[in-house]
Design a protein around this ligand. Structure first.
Ligand code: SDX
Length: 429
């Protein structure tokens, strides 16, 4: 049975408009409001786009009430358990899981594109040594357009796909180069005989003075974290990539814009802020005081890694990452007082009426830093880890939009500034 349209009637004029109902794959109802402005003469106002769909997409499905996340229909729990990051990258880009030949070819192509132009290392060497790695990444990824854009025919789907593959392949190389610049180490180059995460870890931590053996625990943990961070429908950074892409800008500029959006502490930058918050809390005995601060509307302090615009239930990624954090610490034979602190903070918050009433649960950023820290990643690089993984989602969403040309994104506003007034010469002011 198809839905009857919703009738919107303006009681001031008596005019009505029929608003068709669009239902997504899971039956989620959406009102098509395209006709409201031209037929009723009203803009619609939804700050933060809390209830607004910006596009249709076949890539990722989230049910925030049930805590469901699926990539191309596959539950995140099953992909986390059985897949690999590059297999998930193939799935997000192409819509289907690869067969063995497709997977082998895809891995080889990503491996082939993992090197970067040597001038990019020169570019990175120009940053102050203690520049924030996200600042470096936003700059250097945007500069890829200066190395590859000239030959990029944006109207050619083959070249668009090549640009997407190049970014997936080169993000770890650029991230490691930023870290090595900070450490004052010489460049490290991608080794084609390693897997995606092994190659990344080798570029991050190998030094010329001795051979470096990649920890299988670390390689496996990063592969899982990259799967969990790969895509998340129309979040702030992905929406940024789509908006920039809607102008016809090149994909390198789109991803650089996504990196900048991700950096914010309300978004991907939260993983870095969670660690700083846990270190600020310091001890379990201080947890109650900080939970009270988070509840105080006059206090700007928020529980970082908690809350989500869409999930009003447990973020399924947070559950998986919490278990992985325990496994990594166990396999490394370590404990981390901040893990104990995080779990106590979660326990107290989830029992607190404020967090229950506002449906605030741990999100993807709450436990991820515990793993990064255990594996030697400095806090300033946490959001770069997120960016490496989310590049797959960004380029998949950019390609989906580029392959189905859409109108340029151009929101309107409610103007609340001064009404018309005449110019006054400076002598009369
Ligand atoms: C990511 O969109 C995505 O999918 C993002 C992401 C992805 O994979 O791309 O999942 C990744 O960005 C996860 C979120 C990481 N950010 C943080 O952990 C920062 C802390 N969280 C918040 O700032 C907040 O919860 C947001 C930004 C995540 C969501 O903000 P919303 O949806 O705009 O919610 P809100 O700010 O309107 O909060 C609703 C209420 C408010 O109280 P009232 O004004 O109604 O009284 O809940 C309160 C807020 O004060 N609240 C919090 C809180 N988060 C919300 N109070 C204390 N601590 C918090 N963390």
């Amino acid at each position: 049975m198809s839905d009857k349209p919703v009738i919107l009637t303006d009681q001031n004029t008596g005019k009505s408009v029929e608003l068709p109902i669009i239902r997504g794959t899971e039956g989620e109802p959406t009102l098509d409001i395209k006709s409201v402005a031209p037929e009723l003469g009203y803009f619609t106002y939804d700050p933060g786009y809390a209830g607004t769909a910006s596009c249709t997409s076949k890539i990722t499905f989230i049910d925030g009430g049930k805590g469901i996340l699926r990539y191309r229909g596959y539950p995140i729990e099953q992909l986390a358990e059985s897949s690999s990051f590059l297999e998930v990258a193939f799935l997000l880009l192409n819509g289907e899981l690869p067969n063995q030949d497709e997977y082998t070819e895809f891995v080889n192509e990503i491996t082939y594109h993992s090197m970067v132009h040597e001038k990019l290392n020169t570019f990175i060497s120009g940053f102050h040594f203690d520049a924030h790695p996200m600042a470096m990444m936003a700059g250097v990824v945007g500069s890829l357009a200066a190395f590859y854009h000239a030959k990029l025919d944006m109207n050619n789907p083959v070249e668009r796909k090549l640009a997407a593959m190049r970014m997936i392949a080169k993000m770890p190389t650029l991230a490691a180069a930023c870290y090595r610049h900070y450490m004052g180490w010489p460049s490290a180059y991608p080794l084609n005989n390693l897997s995606y995460t092994e190659r990344f870890l080798h570029m991050m931590f190998s030094v010329p003075a001795e051979s470096y053996k990649v920890s299988p625990v670390a390689a496996k943990a990063f592969d899982l974290l990259f799967i969990l961070h790969a895509d998340h429908e129309q979040n702030a950074s992905t929406s940024t990539v789509r908006l920039v892409g809607s102008t016809g800008a090149n994909p390198y500029a789109c991803v650089a814009a996504g990196i900048s959006a991700l950096w914010g502490p309300a978004h991907g930058g939260a993983n870095e802020e969670v660690l700083k918050m846990l270190e600020q809390i310091g001890h379990v005995s201080n947890v109650a005081k900080f939970v009270d601060k988070a509840k105080d509307r006059d206090d700007p302090f928020r529980l970082m890694g908690f809350g989500h615009r869409v999930y009003k239930n447990y973020d399924p990624r947070a559950s998986i990452i919490r278990e992985a954090a325990h496994e990594v610490l166990d396999e490394l034979g370590r404990s981390d007082p901040l893990m104990d602190l995080a779990m106590e903070l979660e326990r107290i918050a989830l029992e607190d009426e404020y967090f229950i009433e506002k449906k605030l649960y741990p999100n993807v950023d709450f436990y991820s830093g515990i793993i990064y820290r255990a594996l030697g990643i400095p806090v300033s690089m946490f959001t770069v880890m997120f960016a490496i993984a989310r590049t797959v989602g960004w380029v998949s969403q950019w390609l989906e939009q580029a392959n189905n040309p859409s109108r340029i994104g151009r929101p309107r506003q409610v103007y609340t500034g001064p009404a018309e007034r005449p110019y006054v010469d400076i002598e009369q002011r």
